[in-house]
Design a binder for this molecule. Structure first.
Ligand code: ADP
Length: 154
């Protein structure tokens, strides 16, 4: 049987408990989930790709179904290269929805890849990487929002 492979793409600057929750809930549906750590060339990141990848790897160290990999270029091309049939995304609110809807339709039209969405669990929808970066810059405590936050070295 063909393996069910899903790609969860993002910049993950940094990876939060919100992202972690989405992955954990998608996990029973897939044989393999590839967390694709992308990088938009026009965007500046707080954490290097290496730090972001090692941080995510440390969180899922004991889960053999999860693979963490960097990628550049179009997300759909990465999916095709990895033989993934599905793109996985999380939705927090209507802003996420409106943005994700266009991208999902474009990706379907480009390569026929379906996107699956899970709504964020209660109590996690306020967590955003942007706010976490702000807390980090001001030496605040990241532990309520990020697992293994000690791995996030600037
Ligand atoms: P991108 O730069 O591609 O938007 P992000 O790292 O910001 O990447 O987000 C990756 C995915 O995780 C997106 O689908 C986003 O909606 C989702 N996400 C982000 N924060 C949360 C959260 N707190 N709960 C659920 N999903 C989230």
């Amino acid at each position: 049987m063909m393996k069910k492979i899903g790609v969860f793409p993002g910049s993950f600057d940094p990876f939060t408990k919100g992202h972690e929750n989405i992955i954990e809930r998608f996990l029973p549906l897939f044989d393999v989930i590839i967390i694709g750590v992308g990088g938009n060339t026009s965007k500046k990141y707080m954490y290097s790709k290496e730090v972001r990848i090692n941080h995510i790897k440390s969180i899922f160290e004991y889960e053999p179904k999860i693979v963490v990999e960097p990628y550049t270029g179009l997300t759909v091309d990465f999916c095709q290269e990895k033989k993934a049939q599905y793109l996985l995304r999380g939705l927090r609110n209507t802003t996420d929805f409106n943005y994700e809807k266009s991208i999902a339709l474009m990706n379907k039209q480009l390569k026929g890849i379906e996107t699956l969405f899970l709504m964020t669990d209660e109590g996690l929808s306020h967590i955003s990487s942007t706010i976490i970066r702000d807390i980090a810059k001001n030496n605040g405590d990241l532990t309520p929002f990020v697992t293994n936050s000690d791995k996030l070295i600037i």
